[in-house]
Design a binder for this molecule. Structure first.
Ligand code: 9YT
Length: 135
C-alpha cells in the first residue's frame, strides 16, 4: 500500500509549476508507483486561460474548488465548471481551460505520467512510450 499526503509533496520534485505560470500540479501518484494511472491535485490560477491537447493521454478532471469553463476548440462548445463537476477527455480533445477563480482539480491520467512533464507548444505531454524510459 502507498500512503502519501499533499504536505509530503509540496516543494518537492512532485510539485510541478507550469512554465507560463498558469497552474501548479502536485503529483500524488506517478508512473513509478506502478498503478497504471497517475493522480494529481492541481491548482489552476484565477484569470488564466490554458490551451491543452493531451494527444497521448486520457484525463479525467474533477473540480473540487473554484469556478471556470472548458471549451473544446473543435466546435467552440463551452462547458461551465464548478466544484462537483468532472470532465473527461475521452477523445484526446484539444481544449481551452479558463479559471474564473482559483480552481482546484483532481486529475487522473492514463497512461500515467512520470512527474516531470510540462506542456509542449501544443499543450501536450510527451507520449507514454517515452514515459517507459523512466524519465
Ligand atoms: C486540468 C489540467 O489539465 N491542468 C493542467 C495540469 C495537468 N492536469 C496536470 O499535470 O496535473
Amino acid at each position: 500500500m502507498i500512503v502519501r499526503s499533499l504536505q509530503d509533496i509540496i516543494g518537492t520534485e512532485r510539485d510541478v509549476k507550469a512554465e507560463n505560470g498558469n497552474w501548479e500540479s502536485r503529483r500524488l501518484l506517478l508512473n513509478n508507483d506502478a498503478l497504471g494511472f497517475s493522480l494529481h491535485d492541481t491548482i489552476i490560477h484565477a484569470g488564466t486561460e490554458t490551451l491543452i491537447w493531451y494527444k497521448h493521454h486520457l484525463e479525467a478532471v474533477y473540480c473540487i474548488e473554484g469556478e471556470g469553463e472548458v471549451e473544446t476548440t473543435e466546435n467552440g462548445k463551452i462547458h461551465p465548471i464548478k466544484a462537483g463537476t468532472v470532465y473527461a477527455l475521452n477523445g484526446n480533445e484539444r481544449h481551452l481551460l479558463r479559471a474564473h477563480s482559483t480552481m482546484r482539480m483532481v486529475c487522473v491520467f492514463t497512461p500515467p505520467i512520470t512527474g516531470s512533464e510540462v506542456h509542449d507548444q501544443d499543450g501536450a505531454y510527451r507520449p507514454g512510450a517515452e514515459i517507459a524510459d523512466g524519465q
